[in-house]
Design a protein around this ligand. Structure first.
Ligand code: G3I
Length: 300
């Protein structure tokens, strides 16, 4: 296959990218995105500050722009994200206690009702752990340790058809405290019947250092708990071809690793734009890392 999406599809997987609504009328950008990828994540447009700018007044204009662009081209969409300590609307940031808990539940219900039956997955909760594996201190955490499971139970009831994911960064190395903290939560959720379908490993890597040798162990260990895994926000500074190749291969080696999403199209589109982290250069040309990923997908 000659595109990332088609190559991933050969093994039943997807290959996605994050999309910014503000760039969709850049034809170089949208042409590459529609050609290469078959899963789309809104980079910012489905986050709480975008979708509920005023309390109980939902705004889906930018999110729908991305959703419609994608689905008109036959691409699927992952929702990102419903409950997070960052990118909360101003009205939510200083809330606490039952007021915030109820606002979170209302937010999940409001956004999920709008996209009901339309999305492949939702990142229900994003980045809730510290590096040592304890829970991150936030206004949401302050509402009680059960806020994450309440978010997932609310989400399942709001749309039983969509896969529900927990998403985080720095959970790729199996021997890292944060990885173990998230693992124990998923294990606990599965043992108590809290609804969860998938774990998203953001996979923001630093080029030059080697891929965590146990990355595949992490993927297979999560999968063994009975959840799908996905690489949800991949970028590698300096686009290290060996790391791109290695992370792709690790996913391909784990049957429940269902897909890979890179966090942007061209280097110039990235939140780390000065670190050359993506598969296309600023001119939209395929980089060596692109070829290493495509070849790995085609060899699977
Ligand atoms: O849209 C406004 C614009 O109106 C304003 O003039 C400008 C001035 O700062 O800001 C613009 O908003 C920015 C937005 O991106 C859109 O470009 C925000 O400041 C900026 O903070 C925001 O950054 C995003 C970041 O999440 C915020 O947390 C990045 O684009 C986005 O790539 C990044 O994505 C996150 C994932 O959601 C979660 N995992 C980590 C990942 C990378 O940080």
């Amino acid at each position: 296959a000659t595109t990332l999406g088609a190559a991933a599809a050969q093994s039943g997987r997807y290959f996605g990218t994050a999309i910014a609504a503000s760039r969709l009328n850049d034809s170089t950008y949208s042409t590459i995105a529609a050609r290469e990828f078959n899963m789309i994540t809104a980079e910012n447009e489905m986050k709480p500050d975008a979708t509920e700018p005023n309390q109980n007044q939902f705004n889906f204009s930018a999110g729908d722009q991305i959703y419609n662009w994608a689905t008109q081209r036959g691409l699927k969409v992952r929702g990102h994200t419903l409950a997070w300590h960052a990118q909360q609307p101003g009205w939510m940031q200083n809330m606490g206690g039952s007021t915030l808990r109820n606002a979170m539940i209302n937010h999940i219900n409001g956004v999920m009702a709008h996209y009901k039956g339309k999305l492949a997955a939702w990142d229900v909760v994003n980045e809730a752990f510290n590096e040592d594996g304890s829970r991150r201190n936030s206004n949401l955490q302050g509402t009680g340790n059960d806020w994450i499971e309440v978010a997932f139970r609310t989400a399942r009831a709001a749309d039983p058809s969509v896969k529900l994911c927990y998403n985080d960064y720095n959970i790729e190395n199996w021997s890292y405290g944060k990885t173990q903290g998230v693992y124990r939560m998923i294990q606990d959720f599965k043992s108590r019947g809290v609804p969860i379908d998938c774990v998203g490993l953001q996979t923001h890597f630093t080029g030059g250092s080697s891929l965590p040798s146990n990355f595949q162990t992490t993927l297979s260990s999560f999968a063994a708990l009975g959840v799908d895994v996905a690489l949800t926000e991949v970028d590698v500074t300096n686009s290290s071809t060996s790391q791109y190749q290695g992370l792709t291969q690790a996913c391909l080696n784990v049957p429940r690793c269902i897909g890979i999403t890179v966090w942007g199209v061209r280097d110039s589109d990235s939140w780390r734009s000065n670190e050359s982290p993506l598969l296309f250069d600023g001119g939209g040309n395929k980089k060596a890392a692109y070829t290493s990923v495509l070849n790995a997908l085609n060899a699977a």
